[in-house]
Each structure stands twice: as structure tokens, then as C-alpha cells.
Design a protein around this ligand. Structure first.
Ligand SMILES: Nc1ncnc2c1ncn2[C@@H]1O[C@H](COP(=O)(O)OP(=O)(O)OP(=O)(O)O)[C@@H](O)[C@H]1O
Length: 253
């Protein structure tokens, strides 16, 4: 790995129920650029891993180092400050349905603007200009005033990506961003995410069920099974025997 990693995960464990670990001692270094795809069967802890990084889930043990900060230990305002450097794209978009597309994108600035400004919807001019530019970049230049619930799934995910980039994140997490989309839209959304994060130099960790999409867009694939990493390498190194180890069985191959 050439540049210093953006994230160092050391001995990460998570048990929702004591004695039943979902993550079993994960050690990973995530590079400062490109897309890292995490694949693995349902229930193997991929979402838990991502959510430990931004602390939507509390790790049980281990360290998650970003720079010299251990994200696993942050509290209060330090945690809020760290979180605004980590964007998140969700499977079900997590938009505020009754708000306009523009307002949804601007919520990406919530960690930066004073709360009273957000309540009064008085975002700085520069933020509004940037939100328009991002809507343009995600291919929705004419949708700013539409309500989020009037959009298609693919359009919603484009808004989700614009909102995450509005944060000016140092790292983007994407949890199954294409699972609710048809195959063509899924490719378009991955292409968009890859292009915009590449241009902005933002590294991405994406959980994804579709192995072909993972291989097509990621520079690195992490295969998990049973809460542990069993494959870690470039897409071209991922062979059928790895997939058998990750997913079990072979009838599906
Ligand atoms: N909030 C929670 N409370 C208790 N158990 C949970 C919670 N969230 C996840 N789990 C359990 O942890 C395990 C891992 O779940 P997780 O969602 O991280 O897996 P995943 O690999 O992302 O699965 P999928 O691909 O289906 O999204 C599962 O057994 C799940 O039931």
C-alpha cells in the first residue's frame, strides 16, 4: 500500500449478545484511495463492520484508527466531528421523504452549520452553490425542488451520494448501495460513485452482494465469512475456490 492508510482497524470485535461474536478480531488497513468492496454471505457482519467505523454500532473491543484518533473511543463532540468526515450511503437511501431533493443534499452539511441555520433552512450561499453543483454531477440538475418521495430508486440513491459528498468526507462508507436497484441502475450508480469519489480523491468501503460489481469497480476485495476476513486481495486474485470458502457450497457457482 503506497500512501498512508486512511483507516487502521485492529482487533475489532462486536457481540450484540455477550458470548456470540458477530465480528471476530478484524484487522484491516484501508488505503487512502479507491474502492474496497466487502463481500460475504448474509449475516456475516459486513454491515456491522461498516457501522462500527462510524459508530452507528458500538464496537465490543478493538481500535479503529483514523489519523491518530481511535474512532472506537470517541464520545460527544469529538465523535460528531469525526462522523462528519465519514459519509454514508445506505441501501434504502435514508432520505427525508417529505423534504426536497435540495434540502436532502444540504443535510450533508448538518455537521458543519450551526443548528439554528439548519432549522431555519438558512444554509450558507457556498453550501447551496455546492449542492447545485453536486446535483448536476449526479445527473439530477432539474430535480432540486422535487420531493424526495417523488423520485425513483436510482434517483434517490444519486441524491444519497450527493448528500454524502456534500459532507466533504475523508472516507465514504456504502452499505449495499445497489441492492434495491435493478441491474442496469445498479451499474450506473456504482459508475457514478466510482467516478465522483475518484475525482474527489475519497476512498470508499462498500458492502456489496453482487460479486461481479465488486470485481468491476473495486481495487480490493475483502471476503468475510463467519465474522472474519478470509480473503483480501485484488479482484483478479479472487477465484472460485475463494468464493466457495466465502459463501460455502458450490452449486451456485
Ligand atoms: N442491532 C442488532 N442487534 C442484534 N443483532 C444484530 C443487530 N444487527 C445485526 N445483528 C446480527 O448480527 C449478525 C450480522 O449482521 P450484519 O447485518 O452485520 O450482517 P451482513 O453481513 O451485513 O448481512 P446482510 O448482507 O444480510 O446485510 C446477524 O446475525 C444479525 O442478525
Amino acid at each position: 500500500m503506497s500512501a498512508a492508510p486512511i483507516l487502521k482497524i485492529q482487533g475489532l470485535e462486536k457481540s450484540y449478545t455477550p458470548g456470540r461474536p458477530v465480528l471476530r478480531g478484524i484487522n484491516l488497513e484501508i488505503g487512502a484511495q479507491g474502492i474496497t468492496a466487502v463481500i460475504g454471505p448474509s449475516g456475516t457482519g459486513k454491515s456491522t463492520l461498516l457501522r462500527c467505523i462510524n459508530r452507528l454500532v458500538e464496537p465490543t473491543a478493538g481500535a479503529i484508527l483514523m489519523g491518530d484518533e481511535d474512532l472506537a473511543k470517541l464520545r460527544g463532540s469529538a465523535l460528531r466531528q469525526a462522523r462528519r468526515r465519514i459519509g454514508m450511503v445506505f441501501q434504502e437511501y435514508n432520505l427525508v421523504e417529505r423534504l426536497s431533493v435540495m434540502e436532502n443534499v444540504l443535510t450533508g452539511r448538518l455537521g458543519y452549520v450551526p443548528l439554528w441555520r439548519a432549522w431555519l433552512r438558512k444554509y450558507p450561499e457556498a453550501d447551496i452553490a455546492r449542492a447545485f453543483a453536486l446535483l448536476d454531477a449526479v445527473g439530477l440538475p432539474d430535480q432540486a425542488t422535487r420531493r424526495a418521495d417523488a423520485l425513483s430508486g436510482g434517483q434517490r440513491q444519486r441524491v444519497g451520494i450527493a448528500r454524502a459528498l456534500m459532507q466533504s468526507p475523508a472516507l465514504l462508507l456504502a452499505d449495499e448501495p445497489t441492492s434495491s436497484l435493478d441491474p442496469k441502475t445498479a451499474v450506473e450508480v456504482m459508475e457514478l460513485m466510482a467516478r465522483l469519489t475518484g475525482e474527489a480523491g475519497v476512498p470508499v468501503i462498500v458492502n456489496i452482494h453482487n460479486v461481479d460489481l465488486a470485481k468491476r469497480f473495486a481495487i480490493r476485495i475483502i471476503g468475510m465469512t463467519g465474522g472474519a476476513v478470509v480473503f483480501d486481495g485484488p479482484p483478479e486474485a479472487l477465484e472460485n475456490h475463494h468464493l466457495r470458502e466465502i459463501y460455502g457450497g458450490e452449486d451456485w457457482l
